[in-house]
Write a protein that binds this ligand. Structure first.
Ligand code: LLP
Length: 431
């Protein structure tokens, strides 16, 4: 095991700290991230471009923790957002709105207004109706808005169907064949400027081939639009580069970027800037979920390790049948048994891993690996469970970047029917 989480003797460490020491202070379940791993991964994408004009826009949905966003903002990252909430997080963490692209099929008028007001760089528009709405909204604000058309290139990304987004039948993007007509119609929209094209075909892609297929189609479209007088400034290849959960061997950022740049050059389009929107490949391997074995329980056909983290903390196994490596925080000597590692939530889909070989006892700590992306960000309060705390480790020190929540946070803003609503007015606040 390598990377930021590695054994020293029998104990699992993160950077220069033993995990057990951290957990003693914050309890479980908790997410633990490595600052160096996050920054190293972002830099690998960024430096891969060399002198070529580019922007790495971290996909906030992968992990929107203020601490993560703050680190990346500090490196000069751009951000790919899909909601007003994500943009507010980016702003709160010190991110530059002029480096933000706004994706997503369902942008509301309120979200458009907020994003225009904040001065984001570009809207990645996914339908004709959205384009018309954006034109009306921009006109009402007397603003000029930069637009990239998100096209659907109809490419099979060879990943789980729930995270494939660039096939003909997916809800995402504008069918590529319609893009020239829509781009032409944009010439009549006085508040919108077409500056780019983008696509995002899916997530956890472990080979370059689908990226190449999609990008080739985008390049062909870019040439066509240029020939008909559109002044494009950038192409955005989306996110999607995979990570290693088990035995996958995804391309390195450098290989991926080299290929995109080479394809731009082959088509004579090297004057266009390149945007990418990686999420998982930056944060995935930089985080783990630590959990305690509460009970060991056997039924005739199997053994369960019932742990204190559940599908509300890490939904990926339940939702996508995703495989995450589960390892002990302190290795024991002794024979292993086969366990289904399950959570306390009242659903049979509440498992973190099935059929795992472990030598464990009640009270032991387990680490669920490669949980930095789409772990915490997909967390919920289901079963009225608290969101876990989050810890960021930097060398031999750590910070609690999300505190363990208080139970009152579970019902914040709620009241029983007929109960007096709390009076919070600007005048009474703070008194
Ligand atoms: N850009 C757009 C427009 C996206 O929709 C996504 C992810 C990304 C970038 C970042 O993709 P990444 O580099 O992280 O693969 N919850 C699922 C993943 C959903 C991804 C949705 N879109 C999972 O846990 O596997």
């Amino acid at each position: 095991m390598s990377g930021p989480f590695a054994y020293r003797g029998t104990d699992l460490w993160v950077e220069q700290l033993p995990l057990s020491g951290i957990v003693e202070q914050v309890g479980t379940p908790c997410y633990v991230y490595s600052r160096n791993a996050i920054e190293d991964r972002w830099r690998r994408f960024d430096t891969a471009f060399g002198m070529a004009a580019h922007r790495v826009c971290y996909a906030v949905k992968a992990n929107p923790s203020l601490a993560v966003l703050g680190l990346l903002a500090g490196l000069g990252s751009g951000f790919d957002i899909v909601s007003e909430g994500e943009l507010r997080r980016v702003r709160r963490a010190g991110g530059d709105p002029r480096k933000v692209v706004f994706s997503g099929v369902g942008k509301t008028v309120a979200e458009m207004r907020y994003a225009i007001g904040e001065g984001i760089d570009c809207f990645n528009v996914e339908s004709e109706s959205e384009l018309e709405r954006l034109e009306r909204t921009a006109a009402a604000m007397q603003a000029h808005v930069r637009v990239s058309l998100r096209v659907n290139p109809d490419v099979d990304p060879d990943t789980h169907p729930y995270i494939a987004t660039g096939m003909r039948d997916n809800k995402f993007g504008i069918p590529i064949a319609e893009a020239p007509r829509i781009a032409a119609a944009m010439k009549g929209m006085r508040h919108l400027v077409l500056v780019g094209l983008d696509c995002h075909i899916g997530s956890q892609l472990v080979s370059l081939a689908p990226f190449e297929d999609a990008f080739a189609r985008i390049l062909e479209l870019a040439q066509m639009l240029r020939a008909s007088g559109h002044r494009l400034e950038h192409l955005d290849a989306g996110g999607g580069l995979g990570v290693r959960y088990r035995d996958e061997d995804p391309p390195e950022p450098q290989q991926y970027v080299d290929r995109l740049l080479a394809m731009l050059a082959e088509r004579g389009l090297s004057d266009l800037a390149l945007i990418i929107e990686p999420g998982r490949a930056i944060i995935g391997e930089a985080g783990i979920l630590v959990t305690t074995v509460e009970y060991l329980k056997s039924v005739p056909s199997r053994r369960f390790a019932i742990v204190d983290a559940g599908m509300n903390d890490l939904l990926r196994p339940a939702l996508y049948d995703a495989w995450h490596e589960i390892v002990p925080v302190r290795r024991r000597a002794g024979p292993e048994s086969t366990y289904d590692v399950v959570g306390p939530v009242c659903e049979s889909a509440d498992f973190l891993g099935r059929g795992r070989q472990l030598c464990i006892m009640e009270g032991d700590l387990l680490a669920v690996r490669t949980a930095g992306a789409y772990g915490s960000s997909m967390g919920s309060h289901y079963n009225s469970r608290l969101l876990p705390p989050e810890i960021l480790v930097d060398g031999d020190r750590f910070e609690i970047v999300r505190a363990r929540a208080a139970y009152e946070t579970l019902w914040a803003g709620e009241r029983t029917m007929g109960e007096q609503a709390p009076l919070v007015t600007p005048l009474s606040r703070g008194k």
